[in-house]
Design a protein around this ligand. Sequence first.
Ligand SMILES: Nc1nc2c(ncn2[C@@H]2O[C@H](COP(=O)(O)OP(=O)(O)OP(=O)(O)O)[C@@H](O)[C@H]2O)c(=O)[nH]1
Ligand SMILES: [Mg+2]
Length: 307
Amino acid sequence: MHQLLNDLGRPTALINIDPANENVPYEADVDVAELIQLEDVMRAYKLGPNGGLVYCMEYLEKNLDWLLNKIQIQLKDKYLIIDFPGQVELYTHNNAVKNIVGRLVKEADLRLVAVHMVDSHYCADPSKFLSVCLTSLTTMLQVELPHVNVLSKSDLVEKYGKLDFNIDFYTEVMDLDYLLDRISDDPFTAKFKKLNAAMSELVTNYSLVHFVPCSVKSKQAMLSMRNAVDKANGYCFSSVEESRLQAQMAFSNNDFEYAKTQEVRESFMSRRSSDNEEEEFDRPPPQTKQKIGNDLDKVDIQPGFQV
Ligand SMILES: Nc1nc2c(ncn2[C@@H]2O[C@H](COP(=O)(O)OP(=O)(O)OP(=O)(O)O)[C@@H](O)[C@H]2O)c(=O)[nH]1
Ligand SMILES: [Mg+2]
């Protein structure tokens, strides 16, 4: 995303807040490793990697002036991408991250968006998908930022098996109860099924979670994710990029809903038996790629962009 945004002419800086990040394929403009090292913490306090990460985040919270100074002096006027650790309890239970982003918004006047990445292959397992929906919901409520949930690595969506439903079912998160039918009725797992039913009800009742699919293998998907984030933080309303806003609004909601998942459906998923011709007839006509992002063709991603 850093490469894409810079190529599109948006000056973008990277901040690495994940002390466990080693050999990352990018050069961070600010790296938390300058402040604290996970290995030092684990050695000094005899902690495992999870406890060590929690300590590091709480240490950063206590020493946040270090980061605020870097942002306000070194990275002034840049669009910021902040890479946080992937350890889930930092966003569901512990308050350090919530307090850090809260202070960044207030004291550095940043308009932050939480972009929560969930590996797409979780869609292949009904109970795992329910779990990630609940984790996403908890994170939205805990972190208290505008929020975009992403089904990442959508090119690998069927890596561990064919999905029970089409991809829109997983991005819209509307009828989760259908997943319960796919969980065994064996009396041995009755409690597990009941737990899943309760999770499904909770997520559905809140009606907050939905996902944007994304893959770093697709410029189109990366641009769709950028559009979702630009809408969430209001960046699309900045006067410099007004033409982009007009382009985003130019096609109807129906077209957009279909186009959002079209590439995953057509390029990364096996054809489903229910995809008969009658259904095809009911769908809106396929969009050409140029209609997704007005500047798609200006970007020439270099081979290094590919994983
Ligand atoms: N095929 C594919 N691989 C990807 C994609 N995005 C990231 N990867 C690869 O997935 C691997 C793991 O990366 P991430 O999922 O970002 O995880 P991480 O940052 O190492 O882990 P946490 O920060 O702990 O969540 C790396 O080798 C990436 O290059 C994608 O869209 N498609
Ligand atoms: Mg990471």
